[in-house]
Design a protein around this ligand. Structure first.
Ligand code: FDA
Length: 302
């Protein structure tokens, strides 16, 4: 699978294809994993999810932000999405990557941008999640979180179970709403666990620490073994269902998403949308061979 993975990762970084794709609209079966290129089509998907008691965390897709103009445009798109959540009256919040609004250009500039976004979200009591990117951006993301939360407490972030430091970060952030994940990036052994078994064990350990704590936790995984362990732990420890939720990506294990919501678990689907769909879609294909089949099936059934 290494060659296929490398192929799709390389495709995800191809700037010619990325900029071409912005003009094409959703192609190659991407509509299975991306909820449209504009607000109206995304809102249709969110309303459908809401009708099944599933909330949404919306990611306004954006890649390769190298200029202040691009970062400012991304910030404005995100604020428009927040306004649309309010106008459409949907049950949804935002997931944001700080590099999209200028973290790689200038720390203070990205902090100003996220402040504006957080102020817009606060008006409507909409939660903002700072997605966690690779290790090189972790400390800056946590610093921005701390700075922001002084004025906007309705902001949280993500803790990645593959990192050695995560247990400490988790303890420090015990009053912050957090999403727990296994971790999506390739990190070096100096900073991160490498084997699936070690990562899974640490993931469960962190989940249990959080569930016994006081703040709200999102458990973001498609792994049924983890989900079953969580269900058992919650039952055994009488943890109320309003203290946590499960999260999965749009288009992944759709039946299981509906089942968990129908069983009475709080559930949120991560809903990516926007013209910049191509790199996100290629990374999902790189992650999991079965996703290629899913995309191909939807291409031939069109
Ligand atoms: P993993 O990929 O380890 O799969 C475990 C097992 O589950 C598989 O062996 C298979 O049996 C089953 N399975 C998994 N996917 C399946 C599918 N589609 N169909 C059927 N069976 C399947 N990462 C990050 O670094 N920063 C972030 O901010 C986020 N944010 C985020 C939000 C949300 C909502 C999700 C779901 C994930 C993230 N991630 C993330 C990504 C995360 O770190 C991780 O890389 C992926 O979720 C893959 O790990 P899983 O826990 O899903 O299981």
């Amino acid at each position: 699978m290494g060659v296929t993975r490398d192929f799709f990762i390389a495709m995800s970084k191809n700037q010619l294809l990325n900029s071409g794709a912005k003009k094409w609209g959703l192609k190659l079966g991407a509509s299975k994993m991306v909820a449209g290129t504009d607000i109206d089509s995304m809102m249709k998907s969110v309303k459908e999810l809401n009708s099944m008691k599933i909330s949404a965390t919306i990611d306004n897709l954006g890649e390769f932000v190298y200029s202040r103009e691009e970062a400012t445009a991304a910030k404005e798109d995100i604020i428009n999405t927040i306004e649309a959540i309010q106008e459409h009256g949907v049950d949804a919040h935002m997931s944001i990557k700080l590099t999209q609004i200028g973290l790689d250009i200038d720390y203070d500039f990205s902090l100003e941008n996220i402040r504006e976004i957080a102020a817009a979200a606060e008006k409507y009591d909409i939660f903002i999640n700072l997605d966690m990117e690779d290790y090189a951006h972790l400390q800056q993301t946590l610093d921005i979180l701390t700075a922001l939360r002084k004025d906007y407490p309705n902001v949280g972030t993500v803790i990645q179970a593959y990192l050695y430091r995560s247990e400490k970060d988790l303890e420090r952030l015990d009053d912050v709403r957090l999403r727990l994940v296994k971790g999506a990036y390739k990190e070096i052994p100096d900073v991160s666990l490498q084997s699936k078994q070690d990562i899974d064990e640490n993931f469960l350990k962190l989940i249990k620490i959080r569930l016994l704590g006081k703040a709200f936790t999102s458990i973001a995984t498609h792994d049924h073994n983890i989900i079953n362990e969580v269900k058992k732990f919650v039952e055994e420890n009488n943890i109320p269902h309003d203290r946590f939720e499960f999260q999965m990506l749009y288009g992944f294990r759709t039946e299981m998403q509906k089942e968990l919501a129908a069983e009475g678990y709080a559930f949120t689907t991560y809903v990516p949308y926007g013209k910049d769909w191509y790199a996100y879609f290629m990374r999902r294909l790189a992650e999991r061979p079965q996703n290629i089949n899913l995309a191909l099936r939807s291409m031939v059934s069109k």
